[in-house]
Design a protein around this ligand. Sequence first.
Ligand code: UGY
Ligand code: MN
Length: 234
Amino acid sequence: MYAVMPPEGVLESRLPNFRATRARVLAAPALGARFAQILLQIAADGGMEKPRCDSLQHFLYVVEGAAELVLDGATHRLTPGQYAYVPVACAFRLRAADGAATEVMWIQKPYQRLDGVAAPAPFVGDAANVAAVCKHTEGRTWQHLLPDELGFDFAVNILAFEPGNYFPMVETHVMEHGLYMLEGQGMYLLQDQWHECWAKDFIYMAPFCPQFFYATGWSRAAYLLYKDVNRDVA
Ligand code: UGY
Ligand code: MN
């Protein structure tokens, strides 16, 4: 199962504890996903009314503009490509910064603890400082935005493709994906259908959905990819 969602078709929601904010819900348990992914379009005077502290873990990635994040008592100004990880029971508050609108991708997931493994601590990062690793083929890179540690039960990676570059094989795996196209364009094979995708499109891929991508157009293509990892599956 999968869902391809161009931005113009994703109707807006209003969420509790937010003011002057349009929420585009891209993935949620209602879809069968074990996480939620929401694009927040926050007006200049918008954002969370009060801090939030709950039983979910959160990942926030700034897509446009600048956001002010208060995390665990410290204030951060985050710009495109900068992001934060918020563990369970950690207070945070997100608002627009600099008196201008901002767009933030928000991922929420219940945490699956592992006996004997410490839960991750909150942190703020910048994709510009994350190494781009070439794993299989030239012209195709991965950036792992979260540390490769067993404490994390999900990963968020940026995959980038030079024009014409592609996966070495069709993948089919137990992990599910939330994919947000950051730049460029390409063709996605999902199950047995081809879909053309552009920047700002979203794709949900359920576990075991066959998937393959190649970049088209004249500039590189890149996407932000959520994936569940590091836990038993039975
Ligand atoms: O890591 C992944 O599962 C990745 N190669 N999948 C994808 O980009 N659809
Ligand atoms: Mn995959």
